[in-house]
Every structure is written in structure tokens, then in C-alpha cells.
Write a protein that binds this ligand. Structure first.
Ligand SMILES: Nc1ncnc2c1ncn2[C@@H]1O[C@H](COP(=O)(O)OP(=O)(O)OP(=O)(O)O)[C@@H](O)[C@H]1O
Ligand SMILES: [Mg+2]
Length: 376
């Protein structure tokens, strides 16, 4: 099995005899691991602090800290607690030394002179184990990350579902209020106008045309109110005039209501996209303008809309500047909704805030045929 580069295992060889160190290095040169050498127990302890090894091949008899002591100290450290240690010794008859080496934490024992094939196959086994462990840990980390992402996305979905529910309720309250205020009053007015017209036709016929005109005007006002209320509910304006004109219309309405100047630049030869993309861009545009009106404290808004490789909408204001914590927060349901809308088309959203200078939000929706995952 060939391990990927990032897994490349290292083997530490510890021996005070330089010639022997070189010989072992030569033997192990062909198993594909990185070789690190140390010529004393002290140096070995330093190396294991610096990196993880697939295995340590250590001479027993060394001046200073001998192999057994070094092994015990290596075992005591968390980082190297389970690094396999293989001792090399010339004392092949010395059974006591062999037992001592196991007690010091060795996993194997090689007798000098070393037989290259034996050394290679033993070490290759440990390198294989090491690679396997690394791959398993990488897989576990990947799985943990995926689970974390899933949990975050579940949380977002739940927040979005709650948000949709409350938006629906807010919308109902809004419609009821609009109908009550706009239509209720206008119809009451019309009722009075008609009563006056009936009375005039009996008592002062010459005033009938004026009274009839007043009724007509009241009816016009009602028709306008119905239009205004329904355009606030569904972007019918899109069906009637298309995205290009609807964006310009919405910008004018926004300026009229808020007094904030709003310039719109739409790329030449802009072609209105399909209904789903038009609705998404239009709703995003409305949300961004509402945010400017509610939070930005701006005096100017610049809007650009283009359809080169993808649909690109940018809304910039010169207000206080949004902070990252504001648009990254899971409580920012407006932005959460924007992201969900854009992601449904495989698009992206980029928010930038400059303190005291303004906010810019860029939205990109691919024009390729991907079907949205969800839409209104
Ligand atoms: N253009 C802007 N300039 C400055 N701050 C902004 C701007 N747009 C948004 N914000 C900040 O980001 C926050 C999150 O916006 P978001 O649209 O997600 O929520 P919201 O507008 O407060 O509520 P809603 O859920 O009704 O949209 C806002 O509360 C506001 O503090
Ligand atoms: Mg908002």
C-alpha cells in the first residue's frame, strides 16, 4: 500500500557507533520511510519531542543515558507513549538483558550483527501500522467534521423553519392591517360618496356629475390600494415587467419612501432570467434594501446587476458598515434566508463591511440549468 505524502512515516535510529548508524540507515533506506538518526540517548529524547515516529530502533549500550533508560523516559511522555521501540544489542546470549528490554517498553529485540531482510521486514510492518493509524485518524477527523457540518446545517434549517413560520404570521398580520387601513377606509369613503350621489340625484341633479366623479376617484384609489397590497405579497411586478424593470421600480419606490438616493446600473443587453432566478434575485434585492433602510444609516445606495457568466447583484451603501459578527450570527435570519436562497442555485454571497464607510453585499447565481433545491 502506498501511503499519501502527508502520511510519510519517520523512523528514528539511535546508536553511538557512527559506522553502525550508517549501516542501519543504509539497510532501511529502501522501505520508503524518512530516516532520522541520533547518536545518544539524550539526542533521541530531543528528537521524540520534536516529531512522531513510526518506530524507534535503539542500541542498548550507549555512554550517558543507556537504551533502557532512554526507552523508559520515551514511554513516560504522552507524545511517544505508544511509539514502538526495537532494541539492538550484541548480547545475544544475555536473556536477562532481553527481559529488561521488554520491561523498559520494547516491542521487539534485534541481535547484532543485524540481518538486513529481518530488519527491513520488521520495520516495514511498523511503518504500515503507522500509515494505517494516520489514515484512520484522518478519516475519523473528516467524519467528525462532516458531523459537525451536518449539525450546523440542521440548526440552520430549524432556525429557517421557525423564521418561515414567523414570517408567515407577520405576513398575515401585515395583510390584515393593510386591508383594514387601506381598503376599509376607502370602501367606507366610497359608501358615503354613493349615499351622497343617491341623495343628489333626488335633490340636486346638477351636482350629480361632480359626485359621480368623486365616486370614480374613490374607486381608482381602491384599485391602486389593491395593487399596492398585492405587489407587496407576491412580486407580481416581475410577471408584468420582468426583473430588469422591477429592480429599477423597486429602487425608485425605496428612494421615495426612505429619502435615500438609490442608483441602479444594469449591464447593457441584460436578459431577464427564468422565473425562479428572477424571484430569488428580486427577493434578495428587497431584503438588502430593507436592511439598508433599517440598519445602515446611509444616504446613498448603489446597485449593479449583470448577467455575464452568472447573475450578479451588488448592493452597496455608504452607512455605518456591517460587522462580521452581525452577518455570521445564526440569529441573523435575514442573511440565513439569503444564503439558503442563493445556495439553492449553487450560488454564493459575499458580505463586506467597512466601519463608518458602508456595506457591500454581492450575490452570484449561476445561469446554468441547475434546478433550485427549494424555491417559493
Ligand atoms: N446594510 C447594513 N448596514 C449595517 N448593518 C447591517 C446592514 N444589513 C444588516 N445589518 C446588520 O446585520 C444584522 C443581520 O441582518 P439580517 O437581515 O440577517 O437581520 P435583521 O434585518 O436584523 O432581521 P430580519 O430577520 O428581519 O431580516 C442586522 O440586525 C444589522 O445589525
Ligand atoms: Mg434583514
Amino acid at each position: 500500500m502506498n501511503a499519501p505524502d502527508f502520511l510519510q512515516a519517520s523512523i528514528l535510529i539511535v546508536d553511538d557507533d557512527k559506522a553502525h548508524l550508517l549501516a542501519v540507515e543504509e539497510i532501511l533506506g529502501r522501505i520508503g520511510a524518512r530516516i532520522v538518526t541520533a547518536s545518544s540517548g539524550e539526542e533521541a529524547l530531543k528528537r521524540v519531542l520534536e516529531e512522531d515516529f513510526a518506530a524507534i530502533l535503539m542500541d542498548v549500550q550507549m555512554p550517558g543515558i543507556d537504551g533502557f533508560t532512554a526507552a523508559r523516559m520515551i514511554r513516560e511522555r504522552t507524545r511517544s507513549r505508544s511509539t514502538p521501540i526495537i532494541f539492538m544489542t550484541a548480547a545475544h546470549e544475555d536473556l536477562a538483558a532481553m527481559f529488561q528490554s521488554y520491561r523498559a517498553g520494547a516491542v521487539d529485540y534485534l541481535v547484532k550483527p543485524l540481518i538486513p531482510e529481518v530488519v527491513r521486514s520488521k520495520l516495514a510492518f511498523f511503518v504500515g501500522q503507522h500509515d494505517m493509524n494516520k489514515m484512520l485518524s484522518a478519516e475519523l477527523a473528516e467524519r467528525a467534521l462532516t458531523e459537525q457540518r451536518l449539525r450546523a446545517s440542521e440548526q440552520n434549517l430549524r432556525a429557517l423553519a421557525d423564521r418561515l413560520q414567523s414570517v408567515r404570521e407577520e405576513e398575515r398580520i401585515h395583510i390584515a392591517r393593510e386591508i383594514h387601513d387601506e381598503l376599509g377606509q376607502a370602501l367606507t369613503g366610497l359608501k358615503y360618496d354613493i349615499a351622497a350621489l343617491v341623495k343628489a340625484s333626488a335633490e340636486t341633479p346638477e351636482s350629480v356629475p361632480t359626485k359621480a366623479q368623486s365616486c370614480n376617484q374613490a374607486i381608482d384609489r381602491i384599485i391602486n390600494a389593491v395593487r399596492r397590497i398585492s405587489s407587496g405579497l407576491r412580486p407580481e411586478v416581475l410577471d408584468e415587467i420582468g426583473l430588469h424593470a422591477a429592480v429599477e421600480w423597486q429602487a425608485r419606490e425605496f428612494s421615495r419612501r426612505t429619502g435615500i438616493r438609490c442608483s441602479v446600473e444594469i449591464s447593457p443587453n441584460f436578459t431577464d432570467p427564468d422565473k425562479q432566478r428572477s424571484t430569488a434575485i428580486f427577493r434578495i434585492f428587497q431584503e438588502l434594501l430593507t436592511n439598508v433602510a433599517r440598519h445602515a444609516n446611509a444616504t446613498r445606495v448603489n446597485v449593479t446587476l449583470a448577467d455575464a457568466e452568472s447573475l450578479a447583484l451588488k448592493v452597496e451603501d455608504n452607512g455605518r458598515g456591517i460587522q462580521e459578527s452581525e452577518f455570521e450570527s445564526p440569529r441573523s435570519l435575514g442573511f440565513l434566508g439569503l444564503r439558503e436562497r442563493v445556495l439553492a442555485f449553487g450560488g454564493s454571497i459575499d458580505v463586506k463591511g467597512h466601519e463608518g464607510k458602508g456595506t457591500s453585499v454581492s450575490v452570484c447565481i449561476p445561469l446554468t440549468a441547475q434546478q433550485p433545491v427549494f424555491h417559493e
